[in-house]
Design a protein around this ligand. Structure first.
Ligand SMILES: N[C@@H](Cc1ccc(O)cc1)C(=O)O
Length: 506
């Protein structure tokens, strides 16, 4: 059920709206305002004029990329975009999910709505119709170097628009032409610049970046709550999160995380009775670790939003000045940079939770809780191993997340006869970040379960919010009075995390 409608009218949009569209929480509408329609159509008209007057525009009367010096005869100009969609139909790897595909369509629509790509209003209407009727091209995720735009994956959008590729529609996979027919449309006939305008940009990496960022922001909040619960479970010192302490190190995000942990701990300012004066870093430095991610969000979201609201295309058609600019706005360097940054920071959360899990399960470090948080009481308790295997799993997920943090942006390859001799690899960076998020959410689901059980067993949580949170989760996933397979619990928690079940304010 959609609860809102996003208007596409060339005005800036934030990444969070793309995330809402992707989840089906918001519908879309294309502006019909005269000024907007005229602005768009002026670009398409300008392409026609230049074609008539000068007879030569890159990618319209020439071959593509390194083939820009090869002229295409006037009688073939209309066939050229069709060929562009076809020869790029060579993607491999898994298909993007339905949510990701919606995001790709919305992100490309937003870029074309800037009105600098020389496309017609009709093309925007077609993209809008696809979003409104959930006609989702099958887009293979692999095969973009992220510099000449996401050419290959976006060719599946352009190919679907002309009725030549498969789409997900009404729960099945059908040819795009059949899906269009079902909503009363014929396949779209691309105008000369339109295939290039659809494909020559960063929509796939930017779409993934929008979703990754939304996911990472939730994860930072959840990690904060998990850390509070770990402090409670391990009988840690609340004074590590003292308000005065944090005034002298003014990273805003770090301060917010410390404040949130402080609130969860009931603003306690004295240490519970225990032997350690200072807790281990995975507890004491939680605000500094999660805070680094939190503090990166301002920069990352500004960068992602700039890309989202940009004309990332080539050539750029400016109908007001009448000029056609040849440049490199398909280059995804900014998304590459921020996705490489995001994945490193998110993987640090997996590592944080893996260490917290190890601490709370270790009877030599957890200040009195049973080994592996087994709640077995009977004389067969030696049989029961509690969370031992979950900790091993958590370490595996963490190692894999850390392994994916190698920057993608440094792996530029010279491609396409050295025309594309420096490329961004932003799509790979965004896919890496997505994988790191998946794995870190897995580590977080283990940590959440363990922290909740630990807090319940400690039993001294001081705030009503935490008591409610713990009791609700323990009711759903009871203490381990005997060994049982925990995959169902972990999967349920993963779903909860991905659906952003808890309202966690910072
Ligand atoms: N991105 C290239 C265009 C291009 C299109 C398709 C290709 O296969 C190669 C290059 C440019 O604008 O210069």
């Amino acid at each position: 059920m959609t609860t809102c409608t996003i208007l596409f009218n060339g005005q800036p949009l934030g990444f969070e709206w793309i995330a809402k569209i992707s989840r089906g929480d918001c519908g879309v509408r294309l502006s019909e305002a005269d000024a907007f329609v005229e602005h768009i159509e002026a670009g398409a008209k300008r392409v026609d004029e230049v074609l008539e007057q000068e007879g030569k525009i890159y990618g319209i009367t020439t071959g593509y990329g390194d083939s820009c010096n090869v002229g295409v005869a006037a009688e073939h100009v209309h066939q050229l975009p069709i060929n562009l969609t076809r020869f790029h139909g060579c993607g491999l790897g898994d298909y993007l999910t339905e949510a990701e595909t919606r995001a790709v369509l919305a992100v490309r629509l937003q870029s074309l709505c800037q009105g600098y790509s020389g496309v017609s209003y009709g093309l925007l209407q077609r993209l809008t119709a696809m979003l409104q009727h959930d006609i989702l091209p099958l887009i293979p995720a692999e095969g973009s170097v992220g510099a000449s735009g996401d050419l290959t994956p976006l060719s599946y959008v352009a190919g679907a628009i002309i009725g030549e590729r498969d789409v997900r529609y009404n729960g099945t996979i059908v040819n795009a032409a059949d899906a269009f027919k079902d909503i009363g449309l014929a396949p779209y006939t691309l105008r000369p610049k339109e295939a290039l305008a659809l494909m020559n940009g960063t929509a796939v990496m930017t779409a993934l970046a929008c979703l990754n960022l939304d996911r990472a922001q939730y994860l930072a909040r959840l990690s904060t709550r998990i850390s509070s619960l770990m402090v409670i479970a391990a009988n840690g010192n609340p004074y590590h999160y003292d308000a005065e302490l944090f005034t002298v190190k003014p990273h805003k995000g770090q301060q917010l995380i410390a404040q949130s942990i402080r609130t969860d701990l009931g603003n306690a300012d004295s240490a519970p009775t225990q032997t350690r004066l200072q807790d281990r870093y995975s507890l004491r430095c939680a605000p500094h670790i999660i805070g680094a991610l939190e503090d990166s969000f301002g920069f990352i979201s500004e960068t992602v939003n700039n890309e989202l609201n940009s004309a990332n295309d080539n050539p750029i058609v400016n109908a007001e000045s009448g000029r056609i600019h040849h440049g490199g706005h398909f280059y995804g360097g900014h998304i590459a940079m921020v996705m490489d940054l995001l994945k490193t920071q998110v993987a640090n959360l997996a590592d944080l939770h893996d260490r917290q899990v190890a601490l709370v399960l270790d009877a030599t470090a957890n200040q009195g809780l049973p080994a592996n948080l087994s709640a077995a009481q009977g004389d067969d308790r030696a049989l029961h191993h509690g969370f031992k295997a979950v900790q091993i799993g958590c370490s595996a997920w963490t190692a894999e997340a850390l392994k994916h943090t190698m920057p993608a942006s440094v792996f530029s390859r010279s491609t396409e006869c050295h025309n594309q001799d420096k490329v961004s690899m932003g799509t790979i960076a965004a896919r890496d970040a997505r994988r790191v998020l998946e794995l870190t959410e897995q580590a977080a689901s283990a940590a959440l379960l363990i922290a909740t059980h630990g807090a319940k067993m400690r039993g001294n949580y001081v705030t009503a919010t935490i008591a409610e949170f713990v009791d609700e989760l323990v009711a759903e996933h009871p203490l381990l009075t005997e060994d049982r397979p925990l995959e169902p619990a972990l999967r349920q928690l993963l779903t909860d995390i991905r659906q952003q079940r808890w309202a966690l304010a910072l």
